[in-house]
Design a protein. Sequence first.
Length: 141
Amino acid sequence: MRRTATICCVALFLTACASSATIEVRDAVIAVPAGPATAMYFEITNTGEGPDRLVGVQSEIGIAEVHRSYFDGELMHMEPVPEVIIGGGEVVVFAPGGLHIMLLEVAALEAGQTATVTLEFEVVGKIEVKGRVVPYAEIAP
């Protein structure tokens, strides 16, 4: 009986920690596509105490995937990322040369338009993010 009570207490504690995540997404921009692919960049802030995980993404404008860019020697590569953990009180930046939302099979987008991408988090659920389409030169560091 004591072991069951301990397991229940641990489960309640973990649930309480997980439910304390609060996610804010801001400064979302989408690069004007140079063909059928482009990327979306933004900043995710977890203002809560508990962690959350970005586990999925959908888009109204094409296929959407979470990717990261990285260097291997002098060559830049890109790969899909199955999840992104955002710890309590942490900020995760999606920016050129790092994490980003890859948008594939995108129809023509022009500067000044907006498009919606839905981010799916394990704890807080789905958040719709509107990104403003801008020339890449306005995004690149």
